[in-house]
Design a protein around this ligand. Structure first.
Ligand code: BT5
Length: 279
């Protein structure tokens, strides 16, 4: 565990990201060994896709700002300059396409471990809202967007996008997000060194990813997602096409699926989708 990092960038909005600085903190075999740091890009996931043929597994694209950051289903992702981590990891796993969406949970587990490792005041406080949200005190501090490129039924590559609100202040969020979004800075009162955090996410991601490839199951990632779950034991709304169905979350299943009890008493297993905790 690395602690007490020098806070090089005490003026977060003037911060730059340098591959050399990030590499100083990286302890991986492949993740982030090639780092592409950009000042501005439409979306690091788009850039990952554009480079997916030419670049190798583990290549990481980081941008200081995104002009068209995306969430799931084409939703917008607010990505102002100099204050967040907007990055994508290019992966070329030998996995069936059905197993790719669960990489989101591997990344969520890695983000939890990394945040706890860089700041002990975050121990036990980072929560994962199935399947792709990172929460602090019930507000969204980060999100994950896993996209795959397929040719026929063959997987070509995966771009795993991570957005983390690091040093954003309240004014950096659009009005409509201010009640539901937060940042590490807003929750802890201290600015974080983004370069250290990027490296630590990669350090934590690599072994969990290698386990997933080797074992074919979520293993430790699943344990972390369970332990840090914002939804297990909660009443939620299962959202589908604008409609919501009440359910109680019982657990996460072995494949990372959501096990729920519906209002009619039946249990169901939800493979993908979206839930709301605002009942
Ligand atoms: C996500 O989507 O949470 C996935 C976000 C992934 C962003 C990363 S950044 C690097 C890479 N490049 C990209 O272009 N994307 C990835 P979803 O679950 O669909 O949530 C989207 C919703 O979150 C929006 O509709 C807003 O309500 C909210 N939102 C937007 N920006 C936010 C922010 N910065 N912080 C918290 N919430 C935000």
């Amino acid at each position: 565990m690395i602690q007490d990092y020098p806070l090089k960038n005490l003026t977060p909005d003037l911060a730059d990201l340098s591959p050399e600085n990030i590499k100083n903190y990286i302890r991986t075999e492949s993740m982030g060994r090639k780092l592409i740091c950009l000042e501005t890009v439409d979306s690091t996931n788009n850039e990952g896709k554009r480079r997916s043929c030419a670049e190798r597994e583990g290549t990481v694209i980081v941008s200081n700002r995104q002009t068209a950051g995306r969430g799931r289903l084409g939703r917008e992702w607010t990505s102002p300059g100099g204050k967040g981590i907007w990055m994508s990891i290019l992966l070329k796993p030998d996995l069936p396409t059905a197993k790719i969406p669960r990489l989101t949970m591997v990344a969520a587990a890695a983000i939890c471990l990394a945040l706890e490792s860089v700041n002990s005041s975050l121990w036990g406080k980072v929560q994962i809202k199935w399947p792709n949200d990172i929460l602090l005190r019930g507000k969204k501090a980060g999100g994950i967007l896993t996209e795959m490129q397929v040719s026929g039924d063959r997987l070509q590559s995966v771009v795993l996008g991570i957005g983390l609100n690091v040093n954003l202040g309240e004014g950096d969020f659009p009005e409509e997000l201010r009640t539901k979004a937060t940042s590490l800075f807003l929750e802890t009162g201290v600015p974080f060194n983004r370069e250290v955090l990027i490296a630590e996410i990669l350090n934590c991601f690599e072994p969990l990813y290698q386990d997933y490839l080797r074992e074919g199951n979520l293993g430790e990632s699943l344990e972390i997602c369970r332990r840090q779950s914002a939804v297990i034991g909660k009443k939620v709304l299962l959202l589908e096409k604008g409609a919501g169905q009440e359910a109680e979350v019982l657990d996460l299943g072995p494949q990372g699926e959501l096990l729920v009890k519906l209002a009619n008493g039946h249990t169901a297993s939800i493979l993908s989708g979206e839930i709301s905790l605002r009942l």
